[in-house]
Design a protein around this ligand. Structure first.
Ligand code: NAD
Length: 363
């Protein structure tokens, strides 16, 4: 079932693609291009739906707007198993199908990476998050989003009454974003106490070695192979006693079924749309500070836009630090002053810029 709401900013285009020769299905949603050509990731999953791609495309419109980037928002989903053996063929076929969508610039997302972006770029001349050899700023290797999450934590933790030094950190989804967030936050004194992936969860209240965990995951394919601590069911991770939670995997994992169990005082949304609207309201009512996805995880797209503009990694990191700190402070102050959810404060600010840009257009 495809549940899309059309409003005063989009989505401009919802495109279903199918290659009968390769039996490959994909969907692209270009939400709004008033600010410029739309940047958004390519998600690869057998379960990715048109509604999910549409919600993610809207998140990109808001994220790119509030980050001050000259780009609109879009997203793509390739309906396939990310572990399938003929990955290159799938990305090349997808790239040929989107060749004419000139106002969509693909970037990496779950199931795609720098190499995939190089294949898409080879076919279309457009993609960000490219390997260094062809002029890219490899945002996952550099940990752009994790770096931004740490900047966000430095501003939001004191506002949530959390001292980063010694703060117990939980990461749901120990992938590119989760690993980098752990690295940058542990460097600021946080202690990783639980981390999960699609196969399970490791929990150790005395602290997990984040580097060793990354090595184990790389070598054995899952955090559950970590030598110390205990293994717990992946879905119980949100009930772990902690101070900060970073969901960094799939949508809607924090929902009405588990929001009441959360004891953390701060949630930084590393993943896109990781909580349902009802869950965010429940957390707000409990006094838990939630920094929404399009503020907290903007590091990746800021670096992607800087790459597109021909800037260096150093300039990109400075930009991420400055924009995420100032946006976090601004939306949390706005939220506190008006007694509204941080997400609602952020949407208001992001939409203002989109509307101003749309006023210059006639379509
Ligand atoms: P990734 O594929 O590198 O990592 C995702 C991790 O989540 C994997 O380890 C996977 O095993 C795990 N996972 C999947 N389902 C899970 C489940 N049910 N429970 C626990 N773990 C589960 O992806 P990524 O690039 O790290 O992206 C993660 C999220 O962050 C996505 O929502 C993505 O849209 C968002 N995001 C990524 C970036 C970026 O720079 N890569 C930027 C902004 C937002």
């Amino acid at each position: 079932m495809c549940n899309i709401t059309y409003d005063d900013i989009g989505p401009a285009r919802v495109i279903n693609l199918y290659s009968s020769k390769d039996r490959l299905r994909a969907v692209v949603v270009i939400d709004n291009v008033a600010l410029g050509p739309a940047i958004g990731g390519v998600r690869v999953s057998p379960r990715v739906s048109t509604s999910e791609v549409w919600r993610l495309a809207r998140t990109m419109t808001l994220k790119n707007s509030i980050a001050g980037l000259p780009h609109g928002g879009a997203k793509a989903g390739i309906i396939a198993d990310p572990l399938s053996s003929n990955k290159e063929r799938a990305f090349r076929v997808f790239a040929r199908m989107i060749r004419d969508l000139q106002d969509y610039i693909p970037g990496p997302d779950m199931g795609s990476n720098e190499t995939a972006m190089a294949w898409i770029h080879d076919e279309t001349g457009r993609a960000v998050g490219l390997p260094e050899e062809i002029g890219g700023l490899p945002l996952d290797k550099l940990g752009a989003t994790g770096y931004g999450l740490a900047a966000c934590a430095e501003v939001s933790a004191p506002m949530a009454g959390v001292d980063l030094k010694g703060a117990r950190l939980v990461i749901q989804g120990y992938g590119n974003v989760g690993r980098a967030a752990a690295r940058f936050l542990c460097a600021r004194g946080a202690v990783l106490v639980a981390a999960s992936d699609s196969r399970g969860c490791v929990y150790d209240p005395s602290g997990i070695d984040f580097d060793e965990l990354a090595r184990v995951k790389e070598e054995h394919g899952s955090v559950t192979a970590y030598g110390k601590g205990s293994r717990i069911a992946a879905e119980t991770i949100f009930a772990v006693p902690c101070d900060i939670i970073i969901p960094a995997a799939t949508p809607d994992v924090i929902n009405e079924g588990n929001a009441a169990e959360i004891t953390a005082r701060l949630i930084l949304q590393g993943a896109n749309i990781p909580a349902t609207a009802k869950a965010e309201q429940m957390l707000y009512n409990k006094g838990i500070l939630v920094v929404p996805d399009f503020i907290a995880n903007a590091g990746g797209v800021i670096m992607a836009a800087m790459e597109y503009a021909g800037k260096s990694a150093q300039e990109a990191f400075a930009n991420i630090d400055e924009r995420i700190r100032s946006n976090t402070r601004q939306i949390l102050e706005h939220s506190a002053a008006r007694n509204i959810l941080p997400r609602d404060a952020a949407i208001t600010l992001a939409m203002e810029r989109v509307h101003r840009a749309m006023a210059y257009r006639d379509h």
